[in-house]
Design a protein around this ligand. Sequence first.
Ligand SMILES: Cc1ncc(COP(=O)(O)O)c(C=O)c1O
Ligand SMILES: [Zn+2]
Length: 417
Amino acid sequence: MNMNGYRCVACAVVQTADYANFLCPVCGGNLDVSYDYAAAAQGMRESFSKTAHDMFRFAPLLPLQQPRAPFPLRVGATPMYPVRPAGEMGGMCNLYLKDETVNPSASLKDRASAVAIGRALDSGAGVVAVASTGNAGSSLACLAAATGLRSVVFVPASAPVAKLTQMLAFGARVLAVRGNYDDAYDLCLAASAEFGWFNRSTGFNAFTREGKKTCAFEIWQDLGGRVPDRVVVSTGDGNTLSAIWKGWCDLKAVGLIDRLPRIDCVQAEASAAINRTIAQVRDGNQQDVDWSGVCVSQVRASTVADSISVDRPRDGLAAVKAVIRSGGEAVTVSDRDILAAIPAMARATGVFAEPAAAAPWAGLKKMLREKRVTADELVVCIVSGSGLKDIGNTRTVVGEPIFIEPSLKAVRECQTA
Ligand SMILES: Cc1ncc(COP(=O)(O)O)c(C=O)c1O
Ligand SMILES: [Zn+2]
């Protein structure tokens, strides 16, 4: 294993790899896993070129004892599709979708759960727990089932029924909290401490970022070793975005690339704590930001995109740093635009996203309109979760079927209507 320690995202104090807690002992900040990059670089090309078709082919840059999946399911190695230049996206000719909906539980979260489960096994834990808006929970439940571990999921009781059904089908103990995601999060922290469960919750657990960063490794491979100009990421807690950024930084650290993409942060208008903080830091116009002094905003979140509805982002600082360091855009989109993006993207590409996963499409469209992106840039939108996970809201914007009698005459009539 090439992992050699942790660095605090806020105060940069370092811990050794055997540090047993999850948060910085000095300031309580989130930790970021560090590696011996010189050691990881050795054999990296060979490891990356393996045909092993899952994310564990990136083992030299994963914090695990075993360089293979602890379950038979395939996580990662998802497809990336070029988007036809015509229409919807104003002539963009270098636009791609990274389709994370084909992971085992139908979201990008499986990458995080896969590494978390590997770490839980390494630490001898028998029960894994998570607080979730829905996808992290269905993901953990899925991969725990495939591994033979027990899982406990804390979700807001209002989570979409498809996500709750997934968790229950996988046999998780589902604790549907009468409160919001933030209430579920705090409860999961307290319960995991009391019962000794391995807590996979986003932000608190440093290993989720390590799993999700493999999405960036794959994009680089999918593009034949090119670095995109931007990667557009839907953001709630900020962990996914900071992970995508870390993936590119890792590739640079091991000498496989020599420049980095911009990472654009898309948030829903009424759940935009991270974008608000990015604007504040940029307004401050500081040359060298003192990250330990940056306090991420809190909001009263409310959006149809349940997966990114977050009052208090649990990995907000890491995401703010990533956007600022990469020179990315912070773009907020209305619920209306998010919902409109679902059929628009589905019809232009054949990829069906849940609201949060369609947000990058809406965000990119807005950035094009505002000339913050040009049509010739090489852009990747991450489609982070399947449309089948939340059809309730989508149903309102896709139109109605045409109900007919079972006769050819009825078909003829609706052709002319
Ligand atoms: C489908 C989907 N997209 C985007 C996100 C945002 O990830 P993060 O909360 O790490 O910012 C989530 C998180 O739940 C998600 O489920
Ligand atoms: Zn610290």
